[in-house]
Ligand binder design. Sequence first.
Ligand code: ADP
Length: 266
Amino acid sequence: DCTQAFVADDLCHLSTVRHVILILSGKGGVGKSTVATQLTLGLKAAGKKVGILDIDLCGPSIPKMFNLSNQDIHQCSEGWLPVYVDKEQTLGVMSISFLLEDQNDAVVWRGPKKTAMIKQFLNDVYWKDLDYLIIDTPPGTSDEHITVMENLKQYNPDGAILVTTPQAVSVGDVRRELTFCKKTHIPVIGIIENMSGFVCPNCSECTNIFSKGGGEALAKQSGVPFLGCIPIDPQITQTTDDNQTFAQRCLNSSSMSSIQKIVDKF
Ligand code: ADP
């Protein structure tokens, strides 16, 4: 039974994780999971040991990005083992979807079961020694977020990064996320504006398809750091037949230079 608890409540594996960062967005489709993946890759490229925890119970997409959709969770006496992307075990992935028999199954759970599962993900994954744990959350401010915030507090997480697109609607939703962070006493590390302009691969001219600057303006108004912009990058969405995973496409894409600048600020 995968839902069996492995460790006592007072023994949590997160105590061996040096930095915990939550990735939040006001709405779906703004690139939150993509940014979470890119930040994880950027930290790994900077020589850090990284884990990515996907607690988007209704739409877990991180395993697909690393091409790990058919993996099972393995257990050891210390708990659940993350699925490692590399032999050196410097990038571990854990997702609710590893527990599903069919990866396309919907998780139809009521609140208490979701809460119990999230607590278990936070407590029972044996990350070993990690520099950074990136937590990809569902969009909005749901029960899942409250559970995560409440359970993370004791480990003094670094805080939350809010992802928005430049448009006013998305920015408005992020404003609500900022209030949520304030109410739940989670520090805001900063705002990232994703899909911010399109740089033509041929002439390098930047076109602001969805306008630009909404995220930066909100950061200024709210007094939180602006971490940077990531352009719309056709390289990461391209479906090619070279068998690259989404994560490899991200890593090889030109938008990684924007990510690297953000990671340097951590
Ligand atoms: P969310 O987690 O917010 O729902 P996703 O990360 O799943 O959003 O991204 C939604 C879609 O947008 C995906 O198809 C993803 O590949 C694409 N996308 C995200 N960021 C970018 C970007 N900077 N450039 C191009 N496509 C992007």
